[in-house]
Design a protein around this ligand. Structure first.
Ligand SMILES: CC(=O)[C@@H](O)[C@H](O)COP(=O)(O)O
Ligand SMILES: NCC(=O)COP(=O)(O)O
Length: 248
């Protein structure tokens, strides 16, 4: 029997801020969402400070940092501005993600291979500030190995393609993610996963014993509209536990 890594749930609060920003009100408050999420069992809070600030604002990040009881995982692009902000705010983790202004949401993983020196320098700068660095990458062994080569200790596998597929194609992508997680674990990396996960597709991903953390946001905010924020988080945790147990 495979001994599984404990599986943690990171709640991404980006789209609480999206709803707030639609009218420029102060509600719903992403800070309150983060605190309620932690009380409901979230193991960490993830937030993505995008260059265009379409949802999370600098003020959200700064206000939340001292209030975090679990762990803050800041997602950001590799730019001097973002690295400077990260080194000032000092979240527990930074997950470096690719970013294009015109994208609706993150479309793919970071090309660590193609941006080796840039990623290596950013990783070093963040680690020297005491921040653990994760790289958001596609489930590709060469990208995982290169993540290790640039000094990252964590990778987050992009599950967006898995989320968009169905049937045999989704099964094939699930196997690709599983093999990537096994490879990453095998070379000593902490392997996380995220993007596009929801109640209907999370269990098979949770069943991958080599994964340590799932970051989920959009679908939780959506479910919260019908069952409430904390119930949506508790239900997702329960599905993750079921998925993990079913695979052992
Ligand atoms: C990196 C990732 O998949 C998400 O965490 C990211 O935050 C998606 O961007 P939006 O939250 O802007 O959709
Ligand atoms: N890194 C993935 C994440 O934080 C949340 O992605 P999503 O669930 O909002 O698609």
């Amino acid at each position: 029997m495979t001994s599984a890594n404990p599986l943690e749930l990171g709640i991404n609060i980006d789209h609480v801020a999206t709803l707030r920003n639609t009218r420029g009100t102060v509600y719903p408050d992403p800070i309150k969402a983060a605190q309620l999420a932690e009380d409901a069992g979230a193991d960490l809070i993830t937030l993505h400070l995008r260059e265009d600030r379409r949802h999370i604002k600098d003020a959200d990040l700064i206000a939340l940092r001292p209030l975090i009881k679990t762990r803050m995982n800041l997602e950001c692009a590799i730019t001097p501005e973002m690295l400077d902000i990260a080194c000032k705010v000092k979240p527990h983790d930074v997950c470096l993600v690719p970013e294009k202004r015109e994208e609706v949401t993150t479309e793919g993983g970071l090309d660590v291979l193609g941006k080796f020196e840039l990623v290596k320098a950013a990783t070093k700068q963040l680690q020297e500030a005491g921040i653990r660095v994760s790289l958001f990458i596609d489930p590709v062994e060469k990208q995982i190995q290169t993540a290790k080569d640039v000094g990252a200790t964590v990778v987050e596998l992009h599950t967006g393609r898995y989320a968009d597929l169905f049937g045999a194609q989704q099964e094939a992508e699930l196997l690709r993610i599983k093999k990537a997680a096994q490879f990453g674990n095998g070379i000593g990396l902490r392997v996380n996963a995220g993007h596009g996960l929801h109640e209907g597709n999370v269990m098979p991903i949770a069943g991958i014993a080599e994964l340590s953390e799932l970051n989920i946001g959009h679908a939780i905010v959506a479910e919260a509209l019908f069952k409430g924020w904390q119930q949506a988080i508790k239900d997702m945790k329960a599905l993750m536990d079921q998925g993990r147990k079913a695979a052992l």
